[in-house]
Design a binder for this molecule. Sequence first.
Ligand SMILES: Cc1cc2nc3c(=O)[nH]c(=O)nc-3n(C[C@H](O)[C@H](O)[C@H](O)COP(=O)(O)OP(=O)(O)OC[C@H]3O[C@@H](n4cnc5c(N)ncnc54)[C@H](O)[C@@H]3O)c2cc1C
Length: 400
Amino acid sequence: MTEKVDIFVSGAGIAGLIAAAALGQAGYSVLVADPAPPAPDAEADGSDLRSTAYLRPGRDLIESAGLWQALAPHATPLEILRAVDTTGWPPRVQGSRDFRADDLGDGPFGWNLPNWLTRKVLSETLADTPGVDLRLGTGFAGLLARDREVLVRLSDGTRLRASLVIGADGRASPVREAAGIGARITRYGQKALALAVTHPEPHQNISTEIYNTGGAFTLVPGQDHDGRPSSSVVWMNDGPRAAALMALDDAALNAEMTERSCGVLGPLTLASPRRVWPVVTQVADRLTARRVALVAEAAHVLPPIGAQGLNTSLRDVAALLDAMGEAPNDPGAADALTRYERARERDVHLRAQAIDLFNRVCKSDLGAVHALRLLGLKAVHDIAPLRRSVMRAGLGAQTT
Ligand SMILES: Cc1cc2nc3c(=O)[nH]c(=O)nc-3n(C[C@H](O)[C@H](O)[C@H](O)COP(=O)(O)OP(=O)(O)OC[C@H]3O[C@@H](n4cnc5c(N)ncnc54)[C@H](O)[C@@H]3O)c2cc1C
């Protein structure tokens, strides 16, 4: 028997879950499937130990999708973004600037949450959301797009008819492939370690990004762990150095992290397993095909700097909802998809270019580039109108 829904979402990662909830809230019937159930805790095999700082516009979307209430108790506000430029090894601080949320008014820049916990809480919430059918343990297997509908096959043999398929199935998106959409990838030879630490000094809701050769080392404030202040770490390095760090025992890694962090929060102690992620920029050639829309990492992958990745993804979801709103009876109609593509393509490309450049400048060990980086940091910060417009762009104001 063939089931019928308005929208099929492939992928119940964070972006897919939020998209499904927002679409359900808008009155569509939604089926969202993912072969991988969420990890029960941080220690579980394959748990996503990244954290995400949800910037204000992303938080607003999560709230309007009816999901924020369940996440809020686990969230830590981000009130200051501290950029620290260092040189040499051990790193010596050359300059530091604070970007303060109260400079823009309106409360914190964003709220930080561990990804594994977010996915678990969202999956639990969606299991009870009317209009949304969450199927974990089964995935997208194939599609046949027609003028008026799309036929979908799932890996458990289920067949569906839908108006629209949304590919939210990650960087290797099977929907993107099935729709015949290519992607351009830029590799940097870099990898990012993601893990959690505790430290004696309170983080005071400050996210600290420390630049040195190999990339940024970022401490993102989190909730206390076993009664001690705790932060998430994202540490970018060239590939061999990342592999060497992954192989260190805990005590040696603690010493390396503490040195790399310039001791800003005191000695760092590992408080989770470690995961490693390749750092790439990847942009899909198109965001749509007949009766198909790509969102989130299926459409774009960015280096983890400035909390842009998932926040850019949530802008996709908001734009897709807007695009459908003009013809709600057929969410996969060609006009709606054209509106979505137009609304997002420029911002996605400009953001990818900006983060690509920023990453190259951050990881460089060339003296001239380093001097420019320090100069740039000071100029962006010290010229107030420039500082505020950069902060607004980082928060998601449309790039022009
Ligand atoms: C180290 C690091 C730190 C980061 N920090 C931040 C940050 O602070 N702020 C920020 O905004 N972004 C950040 N990002 C980016 C962010 O983590 C990612 O953009 C985001 O987690 C990806 O979410 P997603 O839902 O697009 O993809 P995924 O989480 O990869 O989800 C895709 C889902 O699709 C499923 N799937 C695969 N195949 C199928 C199939 N056949 N059928 C159905 N489903 C399928 C997978 O099982 C998976 O659950 C960071 C990235 C890295 C690498």
